[in-house]
Ligand binder design. Structure first.
Ligand code: CA
Length: 716
């Protein structure tokens, strides 16, 4: 089926389809009414009782992690370790964006709701992939420059007939689940600051909970709760203290301010809540993960030291008021962008013979934390992969025991593992109460941290406060090869009670997909190399693989409609890794972005269209008239202003244009793009306020220099 065939051309058709599908949903719901605990009367008729009792209707996937405990475990077992080899494509749906796809779909009563890049929303028939409606919030293209990590979005929330989405430019929007029409919209940020929303909202007690990102760009982190019916703000919790000359919002922040020094508030402080939000109905608590302080280097953030609370922490809040309950800080005085924003999973575990109410997290810093969620006490923390920034976590003080390497004081770069990508990032992990294992997509990649000679915050550049040139991949072929050889990935089944790996699947590179585990003794994961795979959950035996034609990062889900089980995953390579990591992002092979929803069932017979081959012509050399000093200046500017999207040392990871191949290298279009903003609508804003014409010329000479370097090495 082509895209045109699938997309209704007229509004009327869309409406007709919506009504037809709506009626189909109603009639199927009525057929099941005898067994269902509640008859859905409208699309996305989700409420607290339905989510809490989600195991009574395992065919649905009603919230981001399926249940409020965020385990991403499905009780469905029609597809299992005995028959998964017969899994085939049931349908697919092509998207109109070519950027990273990170969303977990929600499936309620036969309808699938999900987001794509640029915060667009889609409602499809979960059995056929037929479009019911789509919604484009029309995020301005130039807002992309405010995003650290691609124009991604991780999903919607469903509640009482509405679908909720946070947009890249900071809006929270409620849509009518039947029609996709906007019901209310509210701006959750001050647009003078570089906030972005990429995370999925969470709904609890009728409140939409939403955070935001921007910790690299000088913002102050917070999480907000909005009334889901009216869009009115119910409460807001700031994660870091503001200007101390003004009253602090709470006693917690007054206390937190004592752990900071200098003028931290001028750069916002950071501590953003860009991903993990979990609700605990049993304890009436909300758990949030907070990110790095701004800038990354604590030397420029809080010059006299301090823990910089509540950055890099898990914080428990009262759900009704947003009041502070407890916190656990994973990285006191963080200096490495070790966000604690990775998904938080709630579970009841037996540890040392004792029943414990725990929460689990595998944050960027490489340690797997098990906390007592009643009070935030640390139960255990062990490295889930290789780390060298800390030798362990002291269970007496609950603090990491840092190594001599960790604070990068010297004149040489410190090779610290993990790096800012994290040993695990937003790609969701899952936990099976059957195997009692957590399935973690792991990145093994270090980073060369070095303090810069000086640091001056800039509006349009990420404010890392580190030497961005020292962090670049060296072009000496032996050194480069040695560094590339250390970059790997793996899927690890982690036993949180024993604090050790039960089994491990090695991957050629990092940035593989989120995981799903099921009662069919299965684990599903997409890969950076372009496959979607199934493993036996208890022992890691590989059982099935599907060529997805593109890197798959998002978390898969499973659902059941009409007695048939489906597995769905949103495919589409992107995110921060291929944007910023340059050549390292080819570790699993060169994949392109093909953005589509892939849905599988037993005996599925659909097939993907063949991939058109795109031959890249060999790089040729260009004359470079600039002197070495200008080229070096261009390198510094490139690494600071351009590398975050166009790749480390000017090598694109294949999602955004490779500037070494830009036709503008040889004419004045270069200046029109960089300084006048000719490609603003595509996210390339004018840098005229930050860069002079000489600066732009220096950047160009550096890109030509890099092109010529690589043209020579290709010849060899
Ligand atoms: Ca961060």
């Amino acid at each position: 089926m082509s895209l045109e065939e699938r997309k209704p051309k007229l509004d009327l058709t869309t409406r007709f389809l919506a009504i037809t599908l709506f009626l189909a949903v109603i009639s199927s719901a009525c057929n099941q009414a005898r067994v269902a605990t509640q008859v859905p009367v409208k699309p996305a008729d989700v409420n607290e009782s339905r989510i809490i009792n989600a195991d009574r209707e395992p065919g649905n996937w009603m919230t981001y992690g399926r249940t409020y405990d965020e385990q991403r475990f499905s009780p469905l077992n029609q597809i299992n370790d005995r028959n998964v080899s017969q899994l085939g494509l049931a349908w697919y749906y092509d998207l109109d964006t070519k950027r990273g796809q990170e969303a977990t779909p929600i499936v309620v009563d036969g309808v699938m709701y999900f987001t794509s890049a640029w915060s667009k929303v889609f409602a499809l028939s979960a059995t056929t992939g037929q479009l019911i409606w789509s919604y484009d919030p029309k995020v301005p293209g130039d807002w992309a420059v405010n995003a650290c990590c691609d124009v991604v979005n991780r999903g919607v929330a469903a509640w009482n007939g509405k679908i909720f989405i946070g947009t890249l430019d900071g809006r929270l929007i409620a849509l009518d689940a039947a029609t996709g029409r906007s019901i209310w919209e509210t701006l959750t940020i001050d647009p003078h600051f570089r906030y972005t929303i990429t995370g999925a909202p969470l709904i609890a007690k009728g409140m939409v909970i939403i955070g935001n990102g921007g910790g690299e760009f000088g913002v102050r982190g917070y999480v907000s709760a909005y009334n889901s019916e009216t869009g009115k703000l119910t409460w807001r919790f700031y994660t870091v203290p503001g200007d101390p000359s003004k009253p602090f919002e709470s006693p917690t922040l007054a206390k937190a301010a004592k752990t900071w020094s200098g003028d931290w508030w001028k750069l916002g402080g950071g501590g953003t809540v860009w991903n993990a939000i979990a609700y605990d109905p049993e304890l009436d608590q909300l758990y949030i993960g907070t990110g790095n302080g701004t800038p990354w280097s604590e030397k420029f953030r809080s010059p006299k030291g301090g823990d910089n609370l509540l950055t890099c922490s898990i914080v428990a809040l009262k759900i009704d008021s947003g009041e502070y309950v407890w916190h656990y800080q994973e990285d006191p005085g963080d200096a490495w962008d070790f966000d604690s924003d990775e998904d938080i999973i709630l579970a009841d575990l037996t540890i040392d013979g004792r029943a414990r109410k725990v929460l689990m997290q595998a944050p960027k810093n490489g340690f797997f934390y098990v906390l007592d969620r009643t009070n935030g006490a640390l139960i255990s923390a062990k490295p889930y992969t290789f780390v060298n920034w800390a030798s362990g976590v002291d269970l007496k003080t609950s603090r990491p025991v840092e190594t001599a390497l960790s604070r990068y004081q010297g004149t040489n770069p410190a090779p610290i593992v993990p790096g800012p990508m994290g040993a695990h990032s937003w790609q969701p992990m899952s936990y099976s109460p059957t195997t009692r294992l957590a399935y973690i997509p792991i990145n093994d990649a270090g980073f060369e941290y070095k303090l810069p000679e000086s640091f001056e915050p800039k509006k349009l550049a990420p404010n890392y406060g580190i030497d961005v040139v020292a962090a670049g991949l060296p072009q000496d072929s032996k050194v480069k090869k040695a560094i590339l050889a250390t970059v790997k990935g793996k899927l690890v089944a982690w036993d949180p009670a024993q604090q050790k790996a039960a089994w491990t699947i090695e991957r050629p590179g990092p940035w593989n997909g989120g995981t799903l585990t099921t009662a069919g003794n299965l684990v599903f994961e997409g890969t950076a190399g372009g496959t979607f795979e199934a493993y036996r959950a208890n022992n890691g035996e590989k059982l099935w693989s599907f060529p997805a034609q593109t890197g798959v990062m998002a978390g898969p889900v499973t659902y059941e409609v009409g007695g048939e089980q489906y597995v769905a995953v949103l495919a589409g390579w992107g995110g921060v890794f291929p944007l910023a990591a340059g050549e390292i992002s080819f570790a699993s092979g060169r994949v392109r972005n093909v953005s589509r929803m892939l849905v599988f069932k037993l005996g599925g017979k659909a097939s993907l269209p063949p991939m058109p081959s795109i031959e890249q012509p060999a790089l040729t050399t260009l004359p470079n008239l600039a002197n070495p000093g200008t080229t070096r200046k261009g390198e510094r500017l490139f690494q600071r202003y351009c590398a975050g999207c166009h790749g480390d040392v000017a090598v694109s990871g294949g999602v955004l244009p490779d500037l070494r191949r830009s036709s503008a290298l040889t004419d004045d279009n270069w200046f029109d793009i960089v300084l006048r903003g000719d490609l603003q609508s595509q996210g390339m804003v004018s840098f005229a306020k930050e860069l002079s014409r000489d600066d732009a010329a220096a950047i160009r000479s550096y890109v030509i220099f890099r092109r010529n370097q690589d043209a020579h090495s290709e010849k060899r």
